[in-house]
Design a protein around this ligand. Structure first.
Ligand code: CA
Length: 233
C-alpha cells in the first residue's frame, strides 16, 4: 500500500513516515499542497494523509481540489486540537476521516486500515458465478469473456440472484430489488426479466431454474448433458 503524506512539520512528518513504514506502508512525503498535486499527476496512491495547516494552499483546499478532479482515494486529514470547524469542513468537502494532533501512532494505523478496507471493498465489488462476472463499481457484466448487455431491470434481477447464489433468491425479494425502478411492478414482470436473462445466460452454461413457490436459482449446467447443478456443491 502506497501512501501520500502531506505535512510541512519535519519532526511530525519524519516520525509518521517512520511509523508508517514500520507498519509496512510505502510512504511518499511532501511538504506542501502544491507538491502533493504534482505527485498525484504522475503517481497513484492508495490513500493520502493531509495536514490542514500547510504553507500556501491549505489541506482543506487540497482535499477539495482532489475531489473535484475525481480523485477517489481515501483522505485522512490532520487537524489541530479545538479546530472543530476545520474537521467538519474537512469531512463536508470529501475527507474520509480525521485525526486531531497530537495523536498516537496505533490509532492512526487503525484508522488507515479501516479506510483502506472500505475503499478496497468498494473498488473490488465483483460478483461472480461460473463464467459470469458482474462488476458493480464499473457497472459491467462479462460472460465467458464477452461484455453482456442487459437493461437496468435485468441488471437488478441478476444482481440479486448473484448475491444469493448458489442459494435460491425469493421472488418477493427480487420484486423489492426492482421497486427502485418501478413502484407499480407486478410479480409477473419478474418472469419477463428472468426469461430475458435466461436466454442470455443459457448459451454459456448458466441456467436460471425456477423453484416452485419460492423464486429462482442460478445453476451451472454440467458440460455435455444439459443437466443443471450448483457449482462446487
Ligand atoms: Ca502543519
Amino acid at each position: 500500500m502506497r501512501l501520500l503524506l502531506v505535512e510541512d512539520d519535519v519532526m511530525v512528518a519524519s516520525g509518521m513516515k517512520l511509523g508508517l513504514c514500520d507498519a509496512g506502508y510505502s510512504v511518499d512525503w511532501v511538504g506542501s499542497a502544491e507538491r502533493a498535486e504534482q505527485a498525484l499527476q504522475s503517481e497513484s496512491f492508495d490513500a493520502a494523509i493531509v495536514d490542514i495547516g500547510l504553507p500556501g494552499m491549505d489541506g482543506l483546499e487540497l482535499t477539495r481540489r482532489l475531489r473535484s478532479n475525481g480523485q477517489a482515494m481515501p483522505v485522512l486529514i490532520l487537524t489541530a486540537r479545538d479546530a472543530l470547524h476545520d474537521r467538519v469542513q474537512g469531512l463536508d468537502i470529501g475527507a474520509d476521516d480525521y485525526m486531531v494532533k497530537p495523536f498516537e501512532l496505533p490509532e492512526l494505523l487503525a484508522r488507515l486500515r479501516a479506510l483502506l478496507r472500505r475503499s478496497q471493498a468498494a473498488t473490488s465489488a465483483v460478483l461472480s458465478f461460473g463464467p459470469l462476472e458482474m462488476d458493480q463499481a464499473q457497472r459491467r457484466i462479462v460472460l465467458a469473456g464477452q461484455v453482456l448487455e442487459v437493461g437496468p431491470r435485468e441488471w437488478s434481477v441478476l444482481e440479486y440472484l448473484l448475491m444469493q447464489a448458489p442459494k435460491p433468491a425469493a421472488k418477493d425479494k427480487l420484486l423489492l430489488a426492482l421497486t427502485g425502478w418501478d413502484k407499480e411492478i407486478t410479480p409477473n414482470a419478474i418472469e419477463v426479466y428472468v426469461s430475458r436473462l435466461r436466454a442470455k445466460l443459457e448459451p454459456s452454461g448458466i441456467a436460471l431454474r425456477a423453484i416452485r413457490g419460492f423464486g429462482y436459482r442460478l445453476e451451472l449446467k454440467a458440460a455435455g448433458d444439459g443437466a443443471a447443478t450448483s457449482p462446487a456443491a
